[in-house]
Design a protein around this ligand. Structure first.
Ligand code: COA
Length: 700
């Protein structure tokens, strides 16, 4: 056996088994082994038909993403696919699991494809800023037509066996021992010849050019507003399948693939994919998680209700506790509304809703939490209130139960100190709306036991969320960087930009909304309360922008009040610009003697991203985050940082640390009392001195 591949010959059939755990990703060694295996079976006169199968839980899920950043080494994946397609002996692909990306391209090289029920087929490359680069855009449209091919490649979404059979992507749906079935089929080919079986041939001519052109035109029209480069290249390549001979089409596709591979967008998207998985590597990962089947939630406000919905849809039992019947009813009504929407959108069947609802209990008595395995507290963001809840929970919960707080800023060590069991206390910081947002910040306090951390990561997986480990500090990872971002934006506003210009610039960078529209949405009073809390300890020599406070004092608390930075007449979703706000900002500048200057959109983006990366560097220096890519995951999944920019630390790496540090120094020098925001820490110098990037600290 060559590495990653073995050959088993039974009579006239040779089975080439791909075996490269955990997901059979196709790296260079596997590519080489596959070519050698096909050479060997072709040269073996006893072999008359070939089965290509995969061991383990899945058929190859694609090219090895970790190799994408390295120089390509022969044989390339298109060579391997062509080798399979050119095999003189019939090849049956026995598929199972996830047949994705380069894995699906391998399968398209075979003459015949079978798969058991439950197999998934897809081209996820677009999510990595890429296109299929090993014949996918050439063979798939020839096989299934341009319409279904474009749907699959542009959406990146996987299809099931039924649809795959319907469009002709596979030739038959088999039973579970798919390799045995493939061997039986191959041995019939050996005796009867494969002509006896009408197979779909991925390299045949196109049967309906008119429909093909229509599908290409329709896809191109749909992409008019698309900002990223990959989708347009996908359409061009699929069109090339019609316009060019097969070989030229393959070369055209390869050139497009290589262009995209070198693009910053693809680098960032691949970084995001690996970063989300890397986040699970925490020092506590080897501890044994505790069993969690029944969770208590304290507080049925927006967060508590959202967390409850999320727990219910993951199959857990939940007891929700509120302080009185009215608050409890409001919380339950909120959960019912989430259910209602899911049913209306077809994401939940009425029966499944009934089943979820049957796992939910409501109570106004903390004693109801006596049997639970874990409590998540989501009451008012006030340390004293939370400490009191924790002290009372300590008296109610059984030994071994976990106490979690959903605080977004507070000191969890102090909250844990209100109990007799600080080792069982942890922060589980969910993001609103909890059923939708994929991020869970797991905040590890000084005395939190390793198995509690392991349990939190396990729970996140069950909830379909990505957990990121954070240490205790004001705002943990995400809200701390958010504060730096908003401060940079406020400085710019005071210097001369309007909040509307800042929002537009950050939207153009890729955020779904700008910082001021986002503050209006969450309510300006939340951060106002926090600023008031911190006012006593704030250094008066530091630059402080009070415009947000003035808005709140004028009753402009955001969308819920009908006005904040924007106006929301009669509950409008999108705010309108308001000259009153601009006047208020001008007054603020006047008070401080600031002459407004012209600020460009580029400067807004540069300063906001620089402030985020700089705060990220401080978070790393303090050990609050384990690695730079964890910070990126938090900002991508919790704060709308554009995925194709990879997160603030990746954006800093792409910009170049030396250039960015010098920019930060420049901002600091020019901004006297605001220098504290910009001053780069020692980590920048250390990385620059060693010619390294933040990525070098990711620990791969
Ligand atoms: N290349 C390299 N490694 C890969 C990989 C790939 N294409 N796909 C998955 N892996 C790795 C993961 O990084 C993870 O490694 P780790 O355990 O060291 O962290 C491991 O395989 C398991 O992956 P994970 O995503 O945690 O498992 P899952 O069962 O939840 O999901 C998939 C499996 C295949 C659905 C998912 O991994 C996926 O979508 N992979 C990407 C497929 C893709 O984009 N292919 C196109 C590339 S051309």
């Amino acid at each position: 056996m060559t590495e990653g591949v073995r050959i088993e010959v039974t009579g006239p059939v040779a089975e080439i088994v791909i075996d490269n755990p955990p997901v059979n990703a196709i790296g260079r060694k596997l590519r080489l082994a596959l070519v050698e295996a096909f050479d060997a079976v072709e040269a073996d006169p006893a072999v008359q038909a070939v089965v290509l199968s995969a061991a383990g839980r899945t058929w190859p899920v694609g090219a090895d993403i970790r190799e994408f950043g390295l120089p390509p080494e022969a044989p390339l994946l298109p060579d391997v696919c062509n080798r399979i397609a050119d095999c003189e002996k019939p090849v049956v692909a026995a598929l199972h699991g996830n047949v994705l990306g380069g894995g699906l391209e391998l399968a398209l090289g075979a003459r015949y494809r079978i798969a058991p029920e439950g197999t998934r087929f897809g081209f996820p490359e677009v999510a990595l800023g890429l296109i299929p680069g090993a014949g996918g855009t050439q063979r798939l449209p020839r096989l299934v037509g341009a319409g279904p091919a474009l749907d699959m490649i542009l959406s990146g979404a996987a299809i099931g066996t039924e649809r795959a059979l319907e469009i002709g992507l596979i030739d038959a749906v088999g039973e579970n021992d798919i390799a045995a079935e493939a061997r039986a089929l191959a041995s019939e080919f050996a005796t009867l010849g494969q002509e006896a079986y009408p197979a779909h041939d991925a390299e045949r001519g196109l049967k309906d050019p008119v429909t093909f052109v229509e599908a290409v035109d329709a896809a191109r029209a749909r992409l008019r507003a698309e900002q990223l480069p990959a989708p347009a290249r996908i359409v061009d390549c699929v069109e090339a399948a019609l316009l060019l001979p097969f070989e030229s089409g393959m070369a055209f596709e390869r050139a497009a693939f290589e262009d995209l591979l070198a693009s910053p967008e693809s680098a960032a998207l691949r970084h995001a994919f690996l970063a989300e998985r890397r986040a699970a590597r925490v020092p506590e990962a080897s501890a044994t998680p505790r069993d969690i089947s029944h969770v208590g939630v304290v507080g049925g406000g927006m967060m508590g209700a959202g967390i409850t919905s999320s727990l219910l849809s993951a199959g857990l039992r939940v007891t929700l506790v509120e302080r009185d019947v009215d608050a409890l009813s409001a919380g339950l009504a909120q959960i019912a509304k989430t259910h209602e929407r899911a049913v209306a959108k077809g994401r939940l069947t009425p029966a499944a809703r009934g089943e979820e609802w049957s796992r939910l209990r409501g109570s106004t008595d903390l004693q109801a939490l006596a049997p639970v395995d874990l409590v998540i507290e989501a009451v008012t963001e006030d340390e004293e209130v939370k400490r009191e809840v924790f002290a009372r929970l300590d008296g109610v919960l059984r030994p071994g139960a976990i106490l979690a707080t959903n605080t977004s800023y507070l000191d969890i060590n102090r909250i844990a100190g209100a109990t007799q069991r600080p080792e069982d206390v942890i922060g589980l910081h969910f993001f609103a709306p909890a059923p939708v947002m994929r991020l869970l910040e797991v905040v590890v306090a000084e005395r939190t036991a390793p198995e509690i951390v392991a349990t939190a990561f396990d729970l996140a997986r069950r909830l379909g969320k990505v957990a990121v480990r954070a240490g205790v500090c004001d705002g943990f990872i995400g809200n701390r960087i958010l504060t730096a971002y908003r401060t940079a934006a406020d400085f710019l506003m005071e210097d001369g930009a309007s909040p509307y210009q800042i929002d537009a610039a950050m939207k153009a960078y890729g955020f779904p909304m700008g910082p001021y529209a986002a503050q209006d949405l969450s309510g300006l009073d939340i951060s106002w309360a926090r600023r008031k809390r911190l006012a006593a300890t704030r250094d008066p020599a530091r630059r402080y922008v009070a415009i947000g406070d003035h808005l709140c004092e004028a009753g402009r608390l955001g969308r819920k009040a009908g006005r904040g930075y924007y106006l929301y007449p009669e509950g409008a979703r999108d705010g309108q610009e308001d000259p009153e706000v601009l006047a208020l900002i001008s007054r603020g500048r006047l008070e401080k003697g600031i002459t407004p200057r012209r600020v460009s959109s580029e400067e807004i983006r540069a300063r906001c991203v620089a402030a985020m990366a700089n705060e990220g560097a401080r978070i790393l220096e303090e050990g609050v985050a384990l690695r730079p890519s964890d910070i990126d995951v938090v900002m991508l999944l919790g704060f709308g940082f554009p995925r194709h920019r990879g997160g603030p630390m990746q954006a800093a790496d792409q910009r170049g640390l030396l250039a960015l540090r010098n920019e930060l120094r420049g901002y600091a020098a020019a901004d006297g009392p605001g220098a504290w925001l910009w001053q780069p820490g020692a980590l920048w110098d250390e990385l620059i001195k060693n010619g390294k990037k933040f990525a070098s600290l990711n620990g791969d």
